[in-house]
Write a protein that binds this ligand. Structure first.
Ligand code: MN
Length: 320
């Protein structure tokens, strides 16, 4: 998916100072953004927190009834310096990219695209498509040593699932309780879908050195004693070896975690770089049809890049 903000500013992210070295419970308010006719709730980057491990972008959308709508319609757009993670609870999305991938993504299947230096993709609801669309779109920042990795797309339909009474944890990336995702990662991190049944009361083993956040996709839960409604995200910091989870009704959570990301990044639109010059160059490359390749088979016009902000990047502190 794409950052469709018409006037995106430069955002500086990362650095260990952004992470909490101890357990905390910080509720992150979503910011509504529109993606065509779809309203998404943006949890990262957030005014109060910009990254969780290498996770640097989290949009939650739906569940939306799109029976009489085109649904998701995101034209070709570029990415640089990151991996995109597509995760559905409901619906079907057709992914096409400039390395020739054409795949239909279905609920609880991992769509993982590594941009490296440059890739382009489109995302569309299938025709016909299921009535409901519900999912999350996430980005993982690539570390400097791997950010020029060969662009690639992985589709993993058969992910490991860890079960306990009341819990089924599907491992998107990294590992949970010894079960390892086949998805390629470039920093120590984890992403897991936690399906809880009504009345579940479990303690999930977690890594002491990772920082974590939990997004509630559906249902009402209590995470480390904090009640979460659908669409809200709780930042947890680090320093835990287990995470208490309770479900008040059936619920679906997304657990995101990782080693605090040490490097400073500049995020602008759909691009991640280290300098403004790099971002400016990448924008020009996209607009002139260089570097990012062509999304074959997409019927329509690629997404133009927005204008660069007039004001230079102002480094910001931890909470603003
Ligand atoms: Mn995208």
């Amino acid at each position: 998916m794409s950052d469709l903000d018409l006037k995106p500013g430069f955002r500086e992210c990362g650095g260990r100072g952004d992470a909490s070295g101890r357990p905390v419970r910080e509720l992150l308010d979503p910011r509504e953004a529109s993606l065509g006719r779809t309203v998404v709730r943006r949890l990262l980057p957030n005014l109060g927190r910009r990254m969780v491990g290498a996770w640097c972008f989290v949009d939650h959308y739906g569940p939306d009834d799109i029976a009489d709508e085109p649904g998701m319609q995101v034209p070709p757009h570029p990415h640089m310096g990151l991996q995109t993670v597509s995760w559905l609870h409901e619906g079907e999305v057709l992914h096409r990219d400039s390395v020739g991938s054409v795949r239909v993504l279905r609920p609880r299947q991992l769509g993982l695209m590594t941009s490296g230096r440059g890739i382009a993709h489109s995302e569309q609801s299938t025709v016909p498509h299921p009535r409901l669309l519900h999912g999350a779109q996430l980005w993982v920042a690539l570390p400097d040593v791997h950010r020029n990795a060969v662009p690639a797309f992985e589709h993993h339909a058969d992910l490991p699932v860890v079960t306990a009474p009341g819990l089924a944890a599907t491992v998107l990336l990294g590992a949970v309780d010894g079960a390892v995702s086949p998805g390629t990662t470039y920093t120590p991190l984890v992403g897991a879908d936690l399906a809880l049944t009504d009345g579940a009361d479990v303690r999930l083993p977690v890594e002491r050195d990772f920082e974590y956040a939990v997004l509630t996709m559906s249902g009402v839960t209590e995470v480390d004693g904090v009640r979460l409604a659908p669409g809200s995200m709780l930042y947890l910091g680090s320093g835990r070896t287990e995470l208490p989870l309770r479900a008040l009704g059936d619920a679906g959570l997304l657990l995101l975690g990782g080693e605090p990301f040490e490097e400073k990044l500049i995020m602008w639109w759909n691009l991640i770089g280290r300098t403004q010059e790099e971002i400016t160059e990448a924008r020009e490359a996209w607009m002139s049809g260089d570097r990012f390749g062509t999304v074959q088979g997409y019927d329509g016009v690629p997404m133009p890049a927005p204008a660069l902000p007039a004001t230079p990047l102002k480094p910001r502190g931890r909470t603003r």
